[in-house]
Design a protein around this ligand. Structure first.
Ligand SMILES: [Zn+2]
Length: 423
């Protein structure tokens, strides 16, 4: 029910968007790039071991880290940035965002759509700046209309806009896309066609809205998910599936998806399947709280609000059960209007669910990089990886809320935020 309702809402929202006509930026503020940096900080979190290294030095050449460790000697020609009494850690990765979602000028979401994709893009660019500024240097954006996510990703990659590295899905597959497909063969053909269309548009990942019908049957069968996964794999892409109910999760996992988004109502069998298929769970724990605490700004109906209450009531215990069962948990905030720039709240909620701070930070760095297929590029501060480095005051292993107070952001060797040094 939920998937169908949300699918309709999403589609209605998407239909309001027309094709983008790209404009040049008025003043894309590009930070100057130095050839060699040496970052010094009191502490560095090694997310792989979960240990803090004291007296950290990170050498950056171009867009990559060339060395990182305790008390390394600093080359003479390096520009030294002494960050002081802070903890540096890899740039955060948010595996589930909606970078194009925003409040309208009256402060609401869902009452009216944007008049054009250009307008959506402007909001999305602000969201991308806020996201990067908060220390999130990579996102996986799961669901956007009008190809705005693709346009934004390309503008960020060209340096025409400031934002995190982006993997984007374009439009998600919903049950609405199956309207008029008469039989199983037609449905499978429709699904493959959908994936090929997204690949042609240049997406990085495929997003599917799975759900259950009132009789408990999954909206997309395991065979149908497998068709999408197979078609995506031909293009080297992975499939992320929105699923809350256990039956929906099981069909998606059996179909070979890479991650289950939300997965709020898992049963023992669903957890066993997640573990045996090594499918990631992105539990998006904070979002229901965000909605419920900002009720006046979101135009949802009563049954949707009831649904959010059920999510909030059960999602922490569900995630803890999954963790204990050995499910691979990755951080994703489901950032919608009002969450961009507060993505790290999800890391706090993962700790509320029972992950240790080190585990939660790993879920938002190294493990997220693995889910996105970006391991060895981002997710750790290590020689050869992109210099995506952030700093927080204090020690996030002792107080996880420090990740919400980021003071320094470097992405690919470029400093985008620096509240710590006078330059
Ligand atoms: Zn979402």
């Amino acid at each position: 029910m939920w998937a169908r309702r949300f699918g309709n809402r999403l589609l209605a929202f998407l239909l309001l968007l027309s094709l983008p006509t790209c404009t040049r930026p008025q003043n894309a503020n590009r930070p100057a790039r130095a050839e060699r940096f040496a970052l010094r900080a009191a502490r560095m979190l090694d997310v792989t071991s979960g240990q803090v290294v004291n007296g950290a030095v990170i050498l950056v050449e171009g867009d990559k880290v060339s060395a990182a460790g305790a008390n390394l000697s600093i080359p003479r020609d390096a520009k030294v940035l002494d960050l002081g009494d802070v903890t540096v850690l890899p740039g955060l990765i948010d595996a589930h965002t909606h970078i194009t979602y925003h409040f309208d000028p009256s402060g609401h979401f869902g009452l009216e759509g944007d008049a054009s994709s250009d307008i959506t893009l402007k909001y999305a660019e602000q969201n991308a700046r806020d996201t990067l500024n908060a220390g999130v240097t990579t996102i996986r954006n799961l669901g956007a209309g009008g190809r705005v996510d693709i346009t934004l990703r390309d503008r960020v990659n060209r340096g025409d806009a400031q934002g995190p590295r982006m993997l984007v899905s374009g439009e998600p597959l919903t049950s609405d896309d199956m309207a008029g497909a008469g039989n199983a063969t037609e449905r499978l053909a429709r699904i493959r066609e959908f994936v090929r269309a997204r690949v042609k548009e240049g997406v990085d990942v495929i997003k599917i809205f799975e759900g259950v019908y009132p009789d408990g049957e999954a909206v997309f069968s395991a065979e149908e998910i497998r068709a999408a996964v197979d078609e995506a794999q031909r293009a080297g892409l992975r499939v992320a599936v929105h699923a809350h109910e256990a039956a929906a999760v099981k069909a998606a996992v059996r179909g070979g998806c890479t991650s289950i988004e939300h997965g709020t109502f898992l049963d023992a069998e669903a957890m066993r399947l997640l573990v045996s298929h090594h499918t990631a769970l992105v539990p998006t724990l904070y979002l229901p709280t965000h909605y419920l605490e900002h009720k006046g700004q979101f135009a949802f109906d009563d049954s949707t609000w009831d649904f959010f209450e059920r999510l909030r009531a059960g999602n922490l215990a569900n995630a803890l059960r999954a963790k204990k069962a050995g499910v691979w948990i990755v951080a994703g905030s489901d950032a919608v209007a009002g969450v961009h720039g507060h993505n790290a709240r999800e890391i706090e909620w993962l700790v509320k669910a029972g992950l240790t701070p080190a585990e939660a930070l790993r879920a938002a760095t190294l493990d997220a990089a693995r889910l996105l297929g970006l391991e060895d590029k981002v997710g750790e501060i290590r020689a050869g990886e992109f210099a995506d480095i952030i700093a927080v005051e204090g020690d996030p292993l002792k107080d996880i809320s420090t990740v919400e107070r980021v003071r320094f952001v470097m992405k690919g060797g470029q400093v985008f935020r620096d509240d710590l040094t006078r330059r």
